[in-house]
Design a protein around this ligand. Sequence first.
Ligand code: UDP
Ligand code: MG
Length: 317
Amino acid sequence: MSNVLYLVIPCYNEEEVLPETSLRLREKMEGLMKQNKINEKSRVIFVNDGSGDGTWELIKRLHEKDKLFGGINLSRNRGHQNALLAGLMTVREYADMVISMDADLQDDIDAIDEMVEKYLSGTDIVYGVRSSREKDTFFKKATAEGFYKVMNTMGANTVFNHADYRLMSKRALEGLSQYGEVNLFLRGIVPMIGYSTDVVYYKRGERFAGRSKYPVGKMLSFAVEGITSLSTKPIRIITTLGFFIFLVSIGMLIYSLARHFTGATIVGWTTLMVSTWAIGGLILLSLGVVGEYIGKIYLETKMRPRFIIEQFLNDKD
Ligand code: UDP
Ligand code: MG
């Protein structure tokens, strides 16, 4: 084993944080090289996800000055998950282990040591798990933790409080590459790969510059994507709901007939109004949920590329 470590960092409009991030990562990587834990050929690869600011220029400059840094320029913005995937799939042939993390250093980089340690003792996948969210606002904490809970009750099993800060070995990435789906939800897929796994706990810090690229709306649609790409539980819930409503309707049938034969059929306007709206709403909701899945099938059958790489800068030797 030659222990080449690659860090993959998706960046979308991160020109404010990159100078600081690259500085701290250089220090970290050099430290690990000195301790002989990782090979001199280890690299930090920034994936520019179609930023509208000077992010790519910054990455190019970093690469020119220091061969530790490399970059992948995507042809346009494809979102965090696809940018990450583009990075992982591109570097896996050069690396023995790959760690993915965010550009804003909210994920404590000191956890890298422990991740590498666990890799060296034979673990294939190491999840970074947030032990506390002191620095997140109450709102961010509540929505983010609610996200994991909803995901799990809907059958999308993910590691609680683990985002995309993780180490994967070469063979784990090999496994990941075999999942060809277009709607790839990494947090849900990675646990499916198998192999030996472990977790490392860390404190989640504050974004030290720039704004979050994940407002609530994006987070909600991320949750819907995650659930519908991992589980069909929502459809099962609809089926169960339909079954119960059918049972109720039998009761209603008996009740209505009884009212009819006792000649008291005029009252009940409210009941009619309420049931028409309630059932109508439920039908539309159910159609929408089923439609989500049909939409997924539609997108999957097209087999469109998940990302297009415009340029790859890396001094691998
Ligand atoms: N990101 C990306 N493409 C996007 C949105 C975000 O590559 O379309 C990157 C972003 O640059 C950052 C990471 O994804 O490195 C996480 O984003 P952010 O820190 O804004 O999310 P939060 O930590 O607030 O959930
Ligand atoms: Mg962040």
